[in-house]
Design a protein around this ligand. Structure first.
Ligand code: GAL
Length: 634
């Protein structure tokens, strides 16, 4: 596949008078943009009352943009069902864990399990696909599944759906009772109709019940998305995408990813640093205008794995201050260009800026666009123009296999969430810390799904926190010559969330038995013999394998047998660095701790070096400007 690196933007023709569309389109094209995403919130304008379709304006908007040479990504408007939908389907609203229906007046107020709403979503999608299927160049389904905490709904429809889902899966309540261990508190059922949703229980629900509800909810997203995809496919050959988010793990993106050609995500580096990361105040202050040095890269690598054949985009790129985080600073000059190139360095086909023009009304008035509300260029505009110019010298998308693979598993994220066993024990955080540790050693990483059947070509494979290893991954781990680091919590649970016997991790080739688990207060880490600590999570293991790292008291932290290693705790930064340097050195990866703000990414024929810091840094004999990057052809 021969692909070109491109730029785009998100545009809302319905927000602006029609007589400025043509000028907007011409300015987009002059700027060097190729793609423009439209339509994803426009349902009330497309169908002001039920069945009364007003598609002409969208037709004219698509023509105007196309005539300027732009390619349109059409979003299905199903994240914002109009007010009349509620009158038709009063029970379409999602219900929060306290049992309160969520209200109309913002967006994403629907319940994935409500069939009548899904039918409406498919209907509008089909109508749009029939009308525009041959006119547009790509599609986006809905908008940001999971945004505003919207995957779990405790509605009647969800309850009915969950019961059916369980009945199909278990076939008999006896099987379900046995699998879940319902005898524990006399929680046995004798009909699937007795099974409720796992909210509003007196104390915690059975974790097996909670985990199954998460799996069910994830399947509901896939069902909803799959129905839209089918409706589009019947009338259009254009590739289909969805715009995922950062650190949303409530549904399995690999499952929805397999339904579509392109994975995209919405990258708001400054907003998420403030809003979604646990780091210290010092870290957040240092990177307040640049964003976390690893968060964007992590998601670039994750969504490369979610897209078909590695196809992925940034569908929404922060172009200036946003409006929704606790504080919303402006990026350092240069960061918009920087973020764009960072995405390209990780193999993006397109980076689209959200949004074209700052909107002076409603919820996002202080959210920057490439243009100000008065249509004057905002700061991000010139940086986008610079990238457009630079792309002339480096137009092709480059992808190559990285030397390191890191497994990411949504099911494990849910397992950790339903039974964290200690405050702060969060799966995403564990995986992300390992990812950061690898990056700080200058390594490039591929994230891979948990059912990967082969890890051929990788030198080092990390499998942190996977609570139930899949059969294919088990076989791939056994067959590889790569160094594989497993743990903590590997194979800690059966599929139905019990502790398996023989005890975990039960990995052929490793003689390790987890005999006890403890979790640790933030202020009581366990010191490691050679420096650093185990924090949060620690497993007491019995082993005859070679012991590589121990606590000061001699308890094994890391053991090794052949190409397999087992990590029995959650390492802090210092311990992790030592573990990763050792593992990477064994396979000749030459890990080198980088200066604090520097990250590198090797891709195809280019080595990119990024300085995430607020000051220039000398590195590799060159000065990397603050918020700047360099590339060298290899
Ligand atoms: C995204 C969303 C956009 C817009 C943007 C603001 O989450 O998809 O519609 O709200 O955030 O940053």
């Amino acid at each position: 596949m021969s692909l070109t690196r491109t730029l785009g933007t998100c545009y809302y023709p319905e927000h602006w008078p029609e007589d400025i569309w043509a000028e907007d389109a011409a300015r987009m094209a002059d700027l060097g943009l190729i793609w423009v995403r439209i339509g994803e919130f426009a349902w009330s304008r497309l169908e002001p009352t039920p069945g009364d379709l007003h598609f002409d304006w969208l037709d004219r908007a698509i023509d105007t943009l196309s005539n300027a040479g732009l390619k349109v990504v059409l979003g299905t408007p199903t994240a914002t069902p109009p007010r009349w939908m509620l009158d038709r389907h009063p029970d379409m609203l999602a219900v929060d864990p306290e049992g309160h229906p969520r209200r109309f007046g913002s967006r994403r107020h629907y319940c994935f399990s409500r069939d009548a709403y899904r039918d409406e979503a498919v209907r509008i999608t089909r109508l749009l696909a029939q009308r525009f299927g041959r006119k547009v160049h790509a599609w986006q389904t809905d908008n940001e599944y999971g945004c505003h905490d919207t995957i779990y709904s405790y509605s009647d429809a969800a309850r009915r759906g969950f019961r059916d889902w369980l009945a199909q899966k278990y076939q008999s309540t006896g099987a379900l009772n046995h699998a879940w261990g319902n005898i524990f508190w006399s929680m046995d059922y004798d009909s699937f109709d007795q099974v409720d949703l796992p909210n509003l229980t007196v104390t915690e629900p059975n974790p097996a019940h909670a985990l199954e509800f998460r799996r069910f909810s994830s399947d509901q997203v896939a069902r909803f998305n799959g129905a839209q995809v089918a409706a589009i496919r019947a009338h259009s050959d254009a590739p289909i995408s969805h715009n995922y988010m950062g650190r949303i793990v409530e549904f399995d993106h690999f499952t929805t990813g397999r339904q579509m050609e392109i994975a995209t995500w919405d990258s708001y580096p400054l907003g998420v640093l403030e809003d979604r990361l646990e780091d210290s105040a010092e870290h957040k202050r240092r990177y307040a205008r640049q964003g976390d040095p690893d968060f964007q890269a992590f998601h670039h690598d994750l969504y490369r794995a979610v897209g078909e054949n590695g196809r992925w985009w940034v569908m929404e790129q922060q172009p200036g201050p946003v409006n929704w985080a606790p504080h919303n600073p402006a990026p350092l000059p240069g960061m918009v260009r920087f973020w764009t190139w960072e995405a390209f360095a990780h193999g993006a086909e397109c980076v689209a800026y959200f949004r074209w023009r700052q909107v002076p009304f409603a919820q996002e008035q202080y959210h920057a666009g490439l243009l100000r509300p008065d249509s004057v260029e905002a700061e991000g505009f010139a940086e986008a123009a610079q990238v457009a110019c630079e792309l002339k010298d480096m137009p092709r998308v480059e992808r190559s296999q990285a030397p390191v693979a890191l497994v990411f598993d949504y099911d494990s994220a849910w397992s950790w969430a339903v039974q964290p066993q200690g405050e702060g024990c969060d799966y995403f955080r564990l995986v992300f810390e390992l990812y950061r540790g690898l990056r700080k050693l200058g390594l490039s990483i591929d994230i891979i799904p948990p059912d990967t059947a082969s890890v051929d070509g990788y030198s080092l494979v990390l499998v942190p926190g996977v609570t139930t290893l899949s059969k294919p991954l088990k076989a791939a781990i056994a067959a590889t010559n790569a160094q594989v680091v497993l743990g903590p919590r590997t194979n800690a649970k059966t599929h139905s969330f019990s502790i398996p016997v023989p005890l975990p991790p039960a990995i052929p080739g490793l003689d390790v038995t987890v005999s006890r688990v403890e979790t640790l207060r933030h202020d009581m880490p366990l010191a490691a013999e050679n420096g650093g600590n185990v924090k949060l999570w620690f497993e007491q293991i019995k082993t005859s394998d070679e012991i590589i790292e121990t606590t000061e008291n001699g308890a094994p932290i890391l053991v090794k047998s052949g190409h397999l290693s087992y990590l029995a705790g959650w390492p802090d930064e210092v311990l992790l660095e030592r573990i990763l340097i050792r593992a990477a050195s064994i396979v000749g990866l030459n890990p080198q701790p980088l200066p604090r703000d520097i990250r590198v990414r090797n891709t195809g024929k280019t080595r990119f070096t990024f300085n995430h810091g607020p000051m220039p840094v000398e590195f590799g004999g060159q000065i990397i400007p603050a918020a700047g990057l360099l590339w060298t052809r290899t």
